[in-house]
Design a binder for this molecule. Sequence first.
Ligand SMILES: [Zn+2]
Length: 267
Amino acid sequence: MLIGDTVVLRKAGEIIPEILGPVVDLRDGSEREFVMPANCPDCGSELRPMAEGDVDLRCPNARSCPAQLRERIFYLAGRKCLDVEALGYVAATALTQPLEPAEPPLRDEGDLFDLTIEQLLPIKSVVRDMDTGLPKLDPETGEEKVVTFFANLKGEPKKTAVALLENLAAARQRPLARIIAGLSIRHVGPVAAAALAREFRDLDRIAAASEEELAAVEGSDQGSRPRSSSGSPRTGTAPSSRNGAPPGSASWRRAARRTRGRGRWRG
Ligand SMILES: [Zn+2]
């Protein structure tokens, strides 16, 4: 099968589509073979599996790959995590890889709660497609779309800038489980995050925990034990896990930095 092929698709089972194969007669010569990239398209790092036995290749540059940071910030701001409504994909792009200024306002998640209006106003950035991460092109000129996302033409703050800072202030109250889930630690989704929050109730304690202690936490998918022992809720957030380390606090900042470059909790 080649990129650009017309394919025969059928319904396999209830919903899942199955591709039976290409329609070779419809090829016009523009089709091309898929070639797995060897390097990250954004930062150039050599792609590799993150652990022995993994089949998927990833960019190992978790600390400073701009594409990874952009996606992590967007995820962190999502409804299931910090719920920062004004921080959508365009804003995440603007904050992590602006055209101007040369130094991005966010070098990692830890900078998020220190943002100021003075940092937001001068930012210029391209608009990226949420699905592909590629810059969107102006249909008329064919050039990349550039926006001044936070300031109007007079350089005054737009509503989005004010809303972003207000949303961030409110996000400091989010429960610990959602804060942990937002840190993009591999294999720690909402369920494992809720379990970690219940068990440790504090980000510093999680960061200081041994591998054995982490592996013993119910809901952690690495070395998790049977889930029948405590009868506590599996999802959502236990009231007791409310704020061991509010976002923006020193603990949170340390955790945000510490998880970088650390692919997973080992268990
Ligand atoms: Zn990269």
